[in-house]
Design a protein around this ligand. Sequence first.
Ligand code: GTP
Ligand code: MG
Length: 201
Amino acid sequence: MGLIFAKLWSLFGSQEHKVIIVGLDNAGKTTILYQFLMNEVVHTSPTIGSNVEEIVVKNTHFLMWDIGGQESLRSSWNTYYSNTEFIILVVDSIDRERLSITKEELYRMLAHEDLRKAAVLIFANKQDMKGCMTAAEISAYLTLSSIKDHPWHIQSCCALTGEGLCQGLEWMTSRIGVAKRFSIPKAGILSSSLNTLHSVR
Ligand SMILES: Nc1nc2c(ncn2[C@@H]2O[C@H](COP(=O)(O)OP(=O)(O)OP(=O)(O)O)[C@@H](O)[C@H]2O)c(=O)[nH]1
Ligand SMILES: [Mg+2]
């Protein structure tokens, strides 16, 4: 009886899904978290440790951990990994010099045992900045198409205006729908392939 109730409970989307928001310092993680929560731009200072907020999207509850991205803090990101369903990786699209560091951090995370079931949403943030990299350029540099064991999606956005953020959340909620329905969704050019989505379930 208890098991049936638990299954029904999860089917109706009342459980909480753990999300970690990671990326280098100054990428815009905290700005994104509070855009999700309040629909406005807050004044931020570099995060020491983390911020955590519950975000509800169409009856789906996400517990989002925004983790400080400074170099000295990155070695402790792994203390947040257990039970994570989604990684949101925020990239500062103007910061070409440090994209290689983001790439290293991404692949280190994907290799971590505690994140083996996690789906990855990459936000190509700061699209309002002149000369910024496009989502397609970032996708190519990060060789996202080589990722076969995690569902992933890249979304361009601007945390200051909120543009692109809803689309990212929609992808996340659609992934939860996929897991529940056990069906294969359509994959876009900037998402992991059908094969990938199929093989990770
Ligand atoms: N132009 C522009 N600036 C942005 C955007 N998103 C965030 N910022 C700015 O970037 C700076 C850093 O933003 P934060 O959200 O504090 O960055 P963070 O990733 O949380 O940084 P850490 O906490 O140090 O890891 C702030 O001045 C933000 O206002 C954006 O889309 N466009
Ligand atoms: Mg922060």
